[in-house]
Design a protein around this ligand. Structure first.
Ligand code: PCA
Length: 319
Protein backbone atom coordinates (compact mmCIF):
# COMPACT_ATOMS: atom_id res chain seq x y z
CA UNK A 1 0.00 0.00 0.00
CA UNK A 2 2.74 2.39 1.01
CA UNK A 3 4.57 1.68 -2.24
CA UNK A 4 1.42 2.25 -4.15
CA UNK A 5 0.87 5.64 -2.51
CA UNK A 6 4.43 6.73 -3.15
CA UNK A 7 4.16 5.51 -6.74
CA UNK A 8 0.90 7.39 -7.28
CA UNK A 9 2.37 10.53 -5.75
CA UNK A 10 5.40 10.28 -8.02
CA UNK A 11 3.15 9.90 -11.03
CA UNK A 12 1.11 12.93 -9.98
CA UNK A 13 4.29 14.95 -9.60
CA UNK A 14 5.52 13.82 -13.00
CA UNK A 15 2.23 14.91 -14.58
CA UNK A 16 2.25 18.17 -12.66
CA UNK A 17 5.81 18.86 -13.75
CA UNK A 18 5.02 18.50 -17.43
CA UNK A 19 1.43 19.81 -17.53
CA UNK A 20 1.21 23.37 -18.79
CA UNK A 21 -1.53 25.97 -18.53
CA UNK A 22 -1.89 28.62 -21.20
CA UNK A 23 -4.04 31.72 -20.88
CA UNK A 24 -5.55 32.77 -24.19
CA UNK A 25 -7.05 36.25 -24.58
CA UNK A 26 -9.65 36.86 -27.31
CA UNK A 27 -11.58 40.07 -28.13
CA UNK A 28 -15.06 38.67 -28.77
CA UNK A 29 -17.86 37.43 -26.48
CA UNK A 30 -18.64 33.81 -25.58
CA UNK A 31 -21.67 33.84 -27.88
CA UNK A 32 -19.45 34.61 -30.91
CA UNK A 33 -18.86 31.62 -33.19
CA UNK A 34 -15.12 32.43 -33.28
CA UNK A 35 -14.95 32.12 -29.49
CA UNK A 36 -16.93 28.88 -29.54
CA UNK A 37 -14.58 27.52 -32.21
CA UNK A 38 -11.58 28.47 -30.07
CA UNK A 39 -13.08 26.77 -27.01
CA UNK A 40 -13.38 23.61 -29.09
CA UNK A 41 -9.74 24.04 -30.16
CA UNK A 42 -8.74 24.26 -26.48
CA UNK A 43 -10.81 21.14 -25.69
CA UNK A 44 -9.18 19.26 -28.58
CA UNK A 45 -5.68 20.17 -27.39
CA UNK A 46 -6.52 19.18 -23.81
CA UNK A 47 -7.90 15.82 -24.96
CA UNK A 48 -5.07 15.06 -27.37
CA UNK A 49 -2.43 15.78 -24.70
CA UNK A 50 -4.31 14.03 -21.84
CA UNK A 51 -4.48 17.32 -20.03
CA UNK A 52 -0.81 18.05 -20.64
CA UNK A 53 -1.63 21.39 -22.27
CA UNK A 54 -4.58 23.19 -20.71
CA UNK A 55 -5.67 26.33 -22.59
CA UNK A 56 -8.01 28.73 -20.76
CA UNK A 57 -9.89 31.11 -23.08
CA UNK A 58 -10.44 34.65 -21.76
CA UNK A 59 -13.13 36.13 -24.00
CA UNK A 60 -14.42 39.65 -24.72
CA UNK A 61 -11.13 41.40 -24.01
CA UNK A 62 -11.31 40.37 -20.33
CA UNK A 63 -7.59 39.57 -19.96
CA UNK A 64 -6.13 42.10 -22.43
CA UNK A 65 -7.99 44.70 -24.48
CA UNK A 66 -8.10 43.88 -28.19
CA UNK A 67 -5.43 46.43 -29.05
CA UNK A 68 -2.93 44.78 -26.66
CA UNK A 69 -3.42 41.10 -27.48
CA UNK A 70 -0.80 40.83 -30.22
CA UNK A 71 1.79 42.64 -28.10
CA UNK A 72 0.98 40.43 -25.11
CA UNK A 73 1.73 37.29 -27.15
CA UNK A 74 4.84 38.89 -28.57
CA UNK A 75 6.29 39.78 -25.16
CA UNK A 76 5.18 36.44 -23.71
CA UNK A 77 2.74 37.88 -21.19
CA UNK A 78 0.56 35.13 -22.69
CA UNK A 79 1.64 32.30 -25.04
CA UNK A 80 -1.33 32.50 -27.42
CA UNK A 81 -4.10 34.88 -28.46
CA UNK A 82 -6.67 35.86 -31.07
CA UNK A 83 -7.24 39.22 -32.80
CA UNK A 84 -8.73 40.82 -35.93
CA UNK A 85 -6.02 40.38 -38.55
CA UNK A 86 -6.46 43.65 -40.45
CA UNK A 87 -5.86 45.66 -37.30
CA UNK A 88 -2.18 45.06 -38.03
CA UNK A 89 -2.43 46.98 -41.32
CA UNK A 90 -0.67 49.92 -39.62
CA UNK A 91 2.42 47.65 -39.43
CA UNK A 92 2.16 46.43 -43.00
CA UNK A 93 -0.70 46.71 -45.50
CA UNK A 94 -0.24 42.99 -46.24
CA UNK A 95 -2.23 42.33 -43.05
CA UNK A 96 -5.18 44.41 -44.25
CA UNK A 97 -5.97 43.14 -47.74
CA UNK A 98 -9.01 41.22 -46.47
CA UNK A 99 -10.60 44.47 -45.27
CA UNK A 100 -10.26 46.38 -48.54
CA UNK A 101 -13.78 46.84 -49.96
CA UNK A 102 -14.66 44.74 -53.02
CA UNK A 103 -11.33 42.91 -53.27
CA UNK A 104 -12.58 39.57 -51.91
CA UNK A 105 -16.35 39.41 -51.39
CA UNK A 106 -17.24 35.69 -51.24
CA UNK A 107 -15.92 32.67 -49.35
CA UNK A 108 -14.27 31.43 -52.55
CA UNK A 109 -12.46 34.76 -52.92
CA UNK A 110 -11.60 34.72 -49.22
CA UNK A 111 -10.14 31.22 -49.50
CA UNK A 112 -7.89 32.31 -52.36
CA UNK A 113 -6.96 35.52 -50.58
CA UNK A 114 -5.98 33.63 -47.43
CA UNK A 115 -3.82 31.28 -49.56
CA UNK A 116 -2.08 34.38 -50.99
CA UNK A 117 -1.82 36.17 -47.66
CA UNK A 118 -0.74 33.33 -45.40
CA UNK A 119 2.88 32.83 -46.53
CA UNK A 120 3.50 36.59 -46.56
CA UNK A 121 2.08 37.35 -43.13
CA UNK A 122 3.69 34.21 -41.69
CA UNK A 123 7.04 35.73 -42.59
CA UNK A 124 6.11 39.16 -41.22
CA UNK A 125 4.87 37.66 -37.94
CA UNK A 126 7.99 35.47 -37.65
CA UNK A 127 10.05 38.69 -37.48
CA UNK A 128 8.18 39.37 -34.22
CA UNK A 129 8.58 35.84 -32.88
CA UNK A 130 4.95 34.99 -33.67
CA UNK A 131 3.54 32.01 -35.53
CA UNK A 132 0.00 31.88 -36.99
CA UNK A 133 -1.99 28.79 -35.98
CA UNK A 134 -5.28 29.37 -37.79
CA UNK A 135 -7.41 32.07 -39.34
CA UNK A 136 -11.20 32.14 -39.71
CA UNK A 137 -13.32 34.69 -41.62
CA UNK A 138 -16.38 36.57 -40.43
CA UNK A 139 -19.39 36.39 -42.73
CA UNK A 140 -19.34 39.11 -45.42
CA UNK A 141 -20.00 42.53 -43.96
CA UNK A 142 -23.38 44.27 -44.22
CA UNK A 143 -24.83 47.69 -43.46
CA UNK A 144 -27.02 48.40 -40.40
CA UNK A 145 -29.04 51.63 -40.25
CA UNK A 146 -32.28 53.15 -39.08
CA UNK A 147 -34.37 53.33 -42.21
CA UNK A 148 -33.43 52.09 -45.67
CA UNK A 149 -30.33 53.44 -47.38
CA UNK A 150 -30.67 53.82 -51.14
CA UNK A 151 -27.43 55.62 -51.95
CA UNK A 152 -24.16 56.67 -50.34
CA UNK A 153 -25.43 60.21 -49.73
CA UNK A 154 -27.91 58.77 -47.21
CA UNK A 155 -24.89 58.04 -44.99
CA UNK A 156 -23.72 61.67 -44.95
CA UNK A 157 -23.23 62.99 -41.47
CA UNK A 158 -24.02 59.72 -39.68
CA UNK A 159 -22.01 58.73 -36.62
CA UNK A 160 -20.62 55.45 -37.86
CA UNK A 161 -19.16 52.63 -35.79
CA UNK A 162 -15.74 51.44 -37.07
CA UNK A 163 -13.47 48.55 -36.04
CA UNK A 164 -10.28 49.23 -38.02
CA UNK A 165 -8.52 51.86 -40.12
CA UNK A 166 -10.02 50.66 -43.41
CA UNK A 167 -13.58 50.98 -42.14
CA UNK A 168 -12.75 54.38 -40.73
CA UNK A 169 -11.52 55.45 -44.18
CA UNK A 170 -14.60 53.93 -45.82
CA UNK A 171 -16.99 55.76 -43.49
CA UNK A 172 -15.13 59.04 -43.97
CA UNK A 173 -15.30 58.73 -47.77
CA UNK A 174 -19.03 58.08 -47.42
CA UNK A 175 -19.33 61.42 -45.62
CA UNK A 176 -20.00 59.74 -42.27
CA UNK A 177 -18.19 60.32 -38.95
CA UNK A 178 -16.37 57.16 -37.82
CA UNK A 179 -16.03 56.20 -34.15
CA UNK A 180 -13.88 53.21 -33.11
CA UNK A 181 -15.88 50.84 -30.90
CA UNK A 182 -15.06 47.26 -29.86
CA UNK A 183 -17.65 44.64 -30.80
CA UNK A 184 -18.54 43.97 -27.16
CA UNK A 185 -19.38 47.69 -26.67
CA UNK A 186 -21.72 48.02 -29.68
CA UNK A 187 -25.06 47.92 -27.77
CA UNK A 188 -23.88 50.59 -25.34
CA UNK A 189 -22.49 52.79 -28.13
CA UNK A 190 -25.87 52.78 -29.90
CA UNK A 191 -27.83 53.17 -26.67
CA UNK A 192 -25.87 56.28 -25.73
CA UNK A 193 -26.07 57.79 -29.22
CA UNK A 194 -22.32 57.58 -29.76
CA UNK A 195 -23.06 55.88 -33.10
CA UNK A 196 -26.15 55.39 -35.27
CA UNK A 197 -25.01 53.05 -38.07
CA UNK A 198 -22.46 50.27 -38.61
CA UNK A 199 -20.98 47.80 -41.06
CA UNK A 200 -20.37 44.34 -39.62
CA UNK A 201 -21.38 40.71 -40.08
CA UNK A 202 -24.84 39.26 -39.42
CA UNK A 203 -23.10 37.33 -36.60
CA UNK A 204 -22.02 40.47 -34.77
CA UNK A 205 -25.43 42.01 -35.48
CA UNK A 206 -27.14 39.11 -33.74
CA UNK A 207 -24.55 38.88 -30.93
CA UNK A 208 -25.16 42.56 -30.18
CA UNK A 209 -29.01 42.31 -30.56
CA UNK A 210 -28.99 44.91 -33.33
CA UNK A 211 -32.83 44.95 -33.44
CA UNK A 212 -32.72 46.93 -30.20
CA UNK A 213 -31.19 49.93 -31.97
CA UNK A 214 -31.52 49.69 -35.79
CA UNK A 215 -34.38 48.84 -38.13
CA UNK A 216 -32.67 47.92 -41.43
CA UNK A 217 -29.91 45.62 -42.69
CA UNK A 218 -28.56 45.19 -46.19
CA UNK A 219 -25.94 42.58 -47.13
CA UNK A 220 -23.57 44.75 -49.17
CA UNK A 221 -21.04 41.88 -48.86
CA UNK A 222 -18.12 44.19 -49.55
CA UNK A 223 -15.39 42.28 -47.72
CA UNK A 224 -14.78 39.10 -45.70
CA UNK A 225 -12.33 39.98 -42.92
CA UNK A 226 -10.60 37.41 -40.73
CA UNK A 227 -9.56 36.74 -37.16
CA UNK A 228 -6.23 35.06 -36.56
CA UNK A 229 -4.85 32.96 -33.70
CA UNK A 230 -1.11 33.30 -33.12
CA UNK A 231 1.29 31.61 -30.73
CA UNK A 232 4.62 32.82 -29.42
CA UNK A 233 7.20 30.85 -31.38
CA UNK A 234 9.66 30.44 -28.52
CA UNK A 235 6.97 29.07 -26.24
CA UNK A 236 5.76 26.74 -28.97
CA UNK A 237 9.28 25.52 -29.71
CA UNK A 238 9.74 24.54 -26.07
CA UNK A 239 6.79 22.14 -26.16
CA UNK A 240 7.69 18.48 -26.66
CA UNK A 241 7.16 17.11 -30.16
CA UNK A 242 3.90 15.30 -29.34
CA UNK A 243 2.35 18.39 -27.81
CA UNK A 244 3.44 20.53 -30.77
CA UNK A 245 1.81 18.02 -33.11
CA UNK A 246 -1.39 18.05 -31.00
CA UNK A 247 -1.57 21.87 -31.21
CA UNK A 248 -0.99 21.91 -34.97
CA UNK A 249 -3.54 19.16 -35.61
CA UNK A 250 -6.17 20.93 -33.47
CA UNK A 251 -5.38 24.23 -35.24
CA UNK A 252 -5.88 22.69 -38.66
CA UNK A 253 -9.23 21.24 -37.54
CA UNK A 254 -10.22 24.62 -36.03
CA UNK A 255 -9.51 26.44 -39.29
CA UNK A 256 -11.60 23.98 -41.34
CA UNK A 257 -14.42 23.98 -38.76
CA UNK A 258 -14.32 27.78 -38.43
CA UNK A 259 -14.77 28.42 -42.16
CA UNK A 260 -17.77 26.07 -42.18
CA UNK A 261 -19.27 27.71 -39.10
CA UNK A 262 -18.79 31.10 -40.74
CA UNK A 263 -20.67 30.08 -43.89
CA UNK A 264 -23.49 28.62 -41.81
CA UNK A 265 -23.67 31.86 -39.79
CA UNK A 266 -23.85 34.00 -42.94
CA UNK A 267 -27.22 32.41 -43.71
CA UNK A 268 -28.50 31.57 -40.26
CA UNK A 269 -27.70 34.90 -38.64
CA UNK A 270 -29.14 36.93 -41.53
CA UNK A 271 -32.35 34.96 -41.05
CA UNK A 272 -32.16 35.62 -37.30
CA UNK A 273 -31.93 39.38 -37.92
CA UNK A 274 -35.16 39.19 -39.93
CA UNK A 275 -36.86 36.93 -37.35
CA UNK A 276 -36.11 39.54 -34.72
CA UNK A 277 -37.83 42.27 -36.70
CA UNK A 278 -35.04 43.83 -38.75
CA UNK A 279 -35.97 44.61 -42.36
CA UNK A 280 -33.43 42.81 -44.53
CA UNK A 281 -33.29 44.27 -48.06
CA UNK A 282 -31.09 43.88 -51.11
CA UNK A 283 -28.83 46.88 -51.77
CA UNK A 284 -29.84 49.02 -54.77
CA UNK A 285 -27.53 49.20 -57.79
CA UNK A 286 -27.02 52.90 -56.99
CA UNK A 287 -25.86 52.11 -53.46
CA UNK A 288 -23.46 49.39 -54.65
CA UNK A 289 -22.07 51.68 -57.39
CA UNK A 290 -21.43 54.39 -54.82
CA UNK A 291 -19.77 51.99 -52.41
CA UNK A 292 -17.70 50.54 -55.22
CA UNK A 293 -16.42 54.03 -56.07
CA UNK A 294 -15.29 54.39 -52.47
CA UNK A 295 -13.58 50.98 -52.74
CA UNK A 296 -11.76 52.10 -55.91
CA UNK A 297 -10.53 55.25 -54.19
CA UNK A 298 -9.34 53.25 -51.21
CA UNK A 299 -7.48 50.81 -53.41
CA UNK A 300 -5.71 53.76 -55.06
CA UNK A 301 -4.59 55.05 -51.67
CA UNK A 302 -3.63 51.52 -50.62
CA UNK A 303 -1.58 51.03 -53.77
CA UNK A 304 0.38 54.24 -53.23
CA UNK A 305 1.35 53.14 -49.70
CA UNK A 306 1.71 49.35 -50.20
CA UNK A 307 4.92 47.58 -49.19
CA UNK A 308 6.49 44.88 -51.37
CA UNK A 309 4.87 42.33 -49.05
CA UNK A 310 1.44 43.88 -49.47
CA UNK A 311 1.86 44.00 -53.24
CA UNK A 312 2.96 40.36 -53.23
CA UNK A 313 -0.31 39.37 -51.54
CA UNK A 314 -2.49 41.24 -54.01
CA UNK A 315 -0.50 40.00 -57.02
CA UNK A 316 -0.67 36.40 -55.86
CA UNK A 317 -4.42 36.79 -55.31
CA UNK A 318 -5.07 38.40 -58.70
CA UNK A 319 -3.02 35.88 -60.69
N1 PCA B 1 -17.45 41.42 -36.38
C1 PCA B 1 -16.35 42.09 -35.74
C2 PCA B 1 -15.30 42.18 -36.79
C3 PCA B 1 -15.96 41.90 -38.07
C4 PCA B 1 -17.27 41.34 -37.70
O1 PCA B 1 -18.07 40.82 -38.46
C5 PCA B 1 -16.72 43.46 -35.29
O2 PCA B 1 -17.76 43.98 -35.70
O3 PCA B 1 -15.95 44.06 -34.54
Amino acid sequence: MKHFIIGAAALLCATAATAQSWDMPTPYSDSTFHTQNISQFADDVRAATNGGLDITVHSAGSLFPHSEIKGAVRNRSVPIGEFFLSRLSNEDLAFGVDSQPFVATSYDDATRLWAAQKPVITELLAEQGLMPLFSVPWPAQGLYTNGEVTNVEDLNGMRFRAYNAALEEFATLAGAAPVQIEASNIPQAFATGQVEAMITSPSTGVNSTAWDFVTHYTPINAWVPKNIVVVNKRVFDRLDADTQAAVLTAAEAAEARGWELSAAEAEGMTAALAENGITVYEPSATLIDGLQDIGDKMLGTWDAAASDSARAVLNAYNN
